[in-house]
Design a protein around this ligand. Structure first.
Ligand SMILES: [Zn+2]
Length: 401
């Protein structure tokens, strides 16, 4: 089986679209010019900060890498590195001078069983095989000029599907849903000790509960920490379970079309569909977004050009007006919030807070007054404050976490 066949169709579609985007192409041209001037020192930095794992040091890991490389048909030499960190993490670093680099944190190498490591290895190689480095998401989202909300949303959406593709590459190397799920469970929970026995069905039931809550507007759902992890692990396991039951992995499995539809249904739980939807619950969200973006923009006492731009990106047809009555909007905000809370589940309201962060970041990074306003708003929406902290600190990076 050719590894390309396993790649998520949405990953393919969105990356083709993004590669044609003018902002993305401009950033790619810039990177190509820099790379044209010679190696960017990636390998040198790795050699200075991490330990290269030679064949003599890690024969088992190398053998595993060779098997994954063959399975996924990776065509360039691969170097393996370990770095000291208590976090479970791994990364695939963009090739330099014809060599690809896979990095593992010390905690991950110590805490993961062989078949779990094989999943991680395949996942990281998958990022390379599927050309995920061609979309410079970190540069675009964290660059000098903030990306438009539309582009930022497309990039984060693509990034989730890119993780789905990489997960499939990892699952294809492991051939065991149980190992894959254990691996994602360890990544999400941080637990490796025998105090906790992994239970696949229970782990997956988290997703079912999330879907139920999503369909029951206004249900007072308890906030689950797992929703905070990025990407959200139980959803990934569920998507992998569908993959394992598909015709890609076994004879007589569900069709590829059904697989892709099923995955889209799962990912929709993380998509900002309220921007287009005509449902009352979505309209309440947009009314709130309208007032919220303006009040955050005005948190410092005046509204900058970048902020007007973000506003117009969200509400093009209304256009910004000097005469918006900020006091009135502030007074009305609790009423608008109550309408949102009444009709929307916590995950939906989290989407709203996430979109409001785009305004707080309009000038590159959020200022104290904007952060404080955002937290007041989160409180009105009954979304925990630490979600705001997490959004503002979010590292965008093609790695496991
Ligand atoms: Zn990844």
């Amino acid at each position: 089986m050719n590894a390309d066949l396993l790649r998520s169709k949405q990953d393919v579609r969105l990356s083709e679209m993004l590669l044609k985007d003018p902002t993305v192409s401009a950033v790619n041209d810039f990177i190509a010019r820099k790379e044209g001037q010679g190696p960017q020192g990636t390998r040198r930095r790795l050699l200075a900060t991490s330990v290269r794992l030679s064949k003599a040091m890690a024969p088992g890991l190398h053998k595993m890498a060779e098997e994954c490389i063959e399975r996924l048909d990776v065509s360039i030499p691969v170097e393996l590195y370990a770095y000291s960190s208590p976090q479970f993490n791994a990364a695939c670093v963009k090739p330099e001078e014809g060599r690809l680099f896979i990095m593992f944190s010390s905690a991950l190498l110590d805490g993961f069983a062989e078949d779990e490591l094989r999943f991680v290895m395949g996942h990281e190689l998958g990022h390379h095989v599927y050309g995920h480095h061609d979309i410079p998401i970190g540069y675009v989202l964290k660059g000098q000029k903030p990306a438009s909300p539309d582009l930022a949303l497309s990039l984060t959406s693509w990034s989730r599907y890119a993780e789905i593709s990489a997960d499939r590459a990892g699952a294809y190397c492991t051939q065991s849903l149980d190992a894959v799920a254990r691996s994602l469970f360890k990544l999400a929970s941080g637990v490796t000790s025998s105090v906790v026995q992994f239970h696949l069905a229970d782990f997956l039931s988290q997703v079912d509960e999330m879907q139920l809550e999503d369909q029951a507007p206004g249900a007072g759902a308890p906030v689950q920490d797992w929703f905070m992890t990025h990407p959200f692990s139980p959803l990934r396991v569920k998507a992998l379970q569908m993959f394992h039951n598909s015709s890609l992995m076994k004879d007589g499995g569900i069709s590829e079309t059904d697989l892709e539809l099923g995955v889209e249904g799962l990912m929709a739980l993380m998509e900002p569909s309220y921007l287009e939807s005509k449902a009352d619950a979505a309209i309440a969200m947009r009314h709130f977004l309208f007032a919220g973006t303006l009040l955050i923009a005005n948190a410092n006492g005046d509204i900058s050009e970048q902020e007007i731009k973000v506003f117009e990106d969200f509400f093009g047809k209304y256009k910004y007006k000097e005469s918006f009555n900020m006091e009135r909007l502030a007074e009305d905000l609790p009423k608008r919030a109550a309408a949102v809370v009444e009709q929307n589940s916590i995950p939906k309201r989290m989407q709203l807070v996430r979109d409001l962060c785009t305004m707080a970041r309009a000038e590159g990074h959020a200022k104290p007054a904007e952060v404080s306003k955002l937290k007041d708003i989160a409180e009105l929406l009954e979304v925990p404050e630490f979600f705001v902290d997490q959004l503002l600190a979010e590292e965008v990076d093609i790695a496991l976490s």
